[in-house]
Design a protein around this ligand. Structure first.
Ligand SMILES: [Mn+2]
Length: 308
């Protein structure tokens, strides 16, 4: 058995850092059983076809998490929650390593926050979450420019364009999936999108109805679920907000729209978040990394507000 975990990246502060790892929410030496969230990095981008770099995201996200404060933007203190950052799981060969990722996440006792990686890392994440809630009704909020419903892409069923299709195969019901922000389609995805029974909110519809209305509809659709996972591809954002991603797709969501959507989810049984496709090498300003961090912290805030 080779060592699954890379040496713990979770870091010691550097000169100039204003806070500890994850805005001081990470408790050094803690275990997942003692904390609200487990952070795991999945630094793999072999599921992307071009413009790689998402493997670099976990390190950059952690680095700049030292400059966040433990409050939401609405000044909710995050002192009631805590994080155990377990470091990264090294992925070299998805066929061999994805099952190990699935195993690791499936046994977590708290709420995982997964740092991609390209979107293919969400394949074992969805499998694991499905296992954790196998006897319950499992819902999925998919925020992405793309539905990732291809059966196979570039010759691979484990491509970042096949993620949701693989999720449906492990028993996620189409009526329990909400997709928000879509604006690009492959031919093999159209039938499922139009006739599959998923709740589909392409970007033009988001503009037409307004994000608050869409968020209300998403909440209503997912309220029947016992557990809700969020998979957020940073390319849901317009490239103006997040240029550092493999396939920037113009006409996307604003950072404000994404935050409004997330903050509307208070009360839903949120059980996990993955943030994928952040490619720090493609955005020298690192605004994309900071956008991802803002999303992660507001997710933490939403969960925190749901804790009595
Ligand atoms: Mn995607």
């Amino acid at each position: 058995m080779y060592n699954l975990f890379m040496p713990a990246t979770p870091g010691s502060p550097e000169p100039g850092d204003t806070h500890g790892l994850w805005a001081d929410l990470h408790c050094p030496g803690s275990t997942p059983a003692e904390t609200t969230f487990t952070v795991l990095g999945l630094p793999y981008d072999g599921g992307a076809t071009i413009r790689r770099g998402a493997r670099l995201a976990p390190e950059r996200l952690r680095r700049w998490s030292h400059h966040l404060t433990p409050y939401t933007e609405d000044r909710t203190p995050l002192s009631a929650v805590s994080i155990c950052d377990l470091g990264n799981i090294a992925i070299h060969d998805p066929e061999r390593d994805f099952p190990l990722v699935r195993q690791r996440i499936a046994t977590l006792p708290n709420i995982p926050i997964l740092l991609g990686g390209d979107h293919s890392v969400t394949i074992p994440i969805l499998q694991a979450q499905r296992l954790r809630y196998k006897d319950r009704r499992f819902g999925l909020l998919w925020v992405d420019a793309h539905p990732d419903l291809c059966d196979s892409f570039g010759g691979s069923p484990l491509s970042h364009a096949c993620v949701l299709r693989r999720g449906l195969e492990v028993g996620i019901r189409q009526e329990d999936v909400c997709l928000v922000g879509l604006r690009s389609w492959e031919a093999q995805e159209i039938d499922l999108i139009e006739n599959g029974g998923m709740h589909v909110y392409p970007m033009p519809l988001v503009e037409e109805r307004g994000i608050q209305q869409v968020a209300a509809e998403v909440c209503k659709a997912l309220a029947v679920c016992d557990a809700v996972h969020i998979s957020l591809d940073i390319d849901c954002l317009d490239p103006a907000y997040a240029p550092g991603t493999g396939i920037p797709e113009a006409g996307g969501m604003s950072a404000r729209q994404v935050l409004t959507l997330l903050k509307s989810l208070v009360g839903l049984p949120l059980v996990g978040l993955d943030v994928v496709e952040v490619a720090p090498n493609l955005d020298p300003s690192e605004a994309t990394v900071f956008a991802a961090l803002k999303i992660i912290m507001e997710f933490i805030g939403v969960v925190s507000r749901g804790i009595p």
